[in-house]
Design a protein around this ligand. Structure first.
Ligand code: SF4
Length: 299
């Protein structure tokens, strides 16, 4: 089994990253919201505190084929979220904060369990942005005990470039959403009018670090960029702008997962346009447009 990039970092370098990331717990700017709260005493937009909160973990077979392999992708779902989308399908975790507080030591044990007991091909960190310091510390602890499988940074795309730089050489696979191009949509649904501007910078930084998606002989991803876009009802033109950005600004070998599984959830029924599923015609048009741009689509 090939080893993840973080095994090449020196112990000192890894712990230095931990220390720099932990400074955010005193005045949090882990994401573009830049709440500047002391996470040990209060909460910012995402409502996360000083300890990581894990909602669930274990092999997951519903992820992209290149992440699943034979053992399933080794997911660790974190509670809370820096986007809190009104249509969130995991709102009990993202908004309700359901889960268990864990220490970095316990998180390290989870990572090693995923590798050694479940034999998953990767550790899939779901909604990790607000827990980067705790994740880095857990990786630093786990690598000393033999952690070697790639980390998947499975995020909403609303990321700080400065924080992503702390993850360079630590994360091998970036899997961001690119949810919207329109500031109106991102303002209405995620309270983030600058979503696209920040996500565009973040995805360029991810590309700089890892490039297009490389798949090993066993069929699982080893390194690179995999972008998800959930097609929303009535937002086909926005989907097209998102796809054009990917085609124009990112490498042709990044993998794009165009997703059709939207269903109204959480507060979606407060928005008439979000109160239905995406029609087959809408999704087919989005797919054909992506194909016409020559994107590498996950199937
Ligand atoms: S991670 Fe949370 S507290 Fe920190 S800046 Fe982002 S939303 Fe605010």
């Amino acid at each position: 089994m090939s080893s993840a990039s973080y095994t090449q970092l020196s112990r000192e370098e890894l712990w230095e990253r931990v220390r720099r990331a932990q400074k955010h717990l005193e005045s949090c700017r882990l994401c573009p919201r830049e709440c500047a709260v002391d996470r040990r005493q209060s909460r910012g937009f995402c409502r996360a505190g000083a300890s990581a909160v894990v909602s669930s973990f274990g092999p997951h077979f519903g992820e992209e084929r290149v992440l699943v392999g034979t053992g399933g992708s080794g997911t660790i779902f974190f509670a809370h979220c820096n986007l809190r989308c009104v249509f969130c399908q995991n709102y009990q975790l993202s908004q309700g904060g359901e889960g268990t507080s864990v220490t970095a030591e316990q998180l390290a044990v989870l990572m090693l369990t995923i590798q050694d007991r479940y034999r998953c091909p990767n550790i899939n960190l779901v909604t990790p942005t607000h827990f980067v310091p705790q994740i880095l510390e857990a990786v630093a602890l786990a690598v000393e005990r033999g952690l070697r499988i790639p980390l998947v940074y499975n995020c909403g795309g609303y990321e700080s470039v400065e924080v992503l730089r702390l993850l360079a050489g630590v994360v091998d696979i970036y899997m961001p959403d690119l949810k919207y191009s329109s500031g109106e949509l991102s303002r209405s649904y995620s309270q983030a009018p600058d979503y696209f501007e920040k996500a565009a910078l973040a995805l360029r930084e991810m590309d700089r670090q890892v490039g297009g998606l490389k798949v090993g002989e066993d069929g699982t991803a080893k390194r690179g960029l995999l972008i998800r876009h959930l097609v929303l009802p009535g937002a086909l033109e926005d989907t097209k702008r998102v796809l054009e950005f990917i085609q124009g600004e990112l490498p042709p070998d990044c993998l794009v997962n165009l997703m059709d599984q939207y269903y109204p959830s959480y507060r979606a029924f407060e928005y008439p346009e979000l109160s239905r599923r995406v029609s087959r015609r809408e999704f087919r048009e989005a797919w054909e447009y992506a194909e016409s741009l020559g994107l590498r689509l996950a199937r």
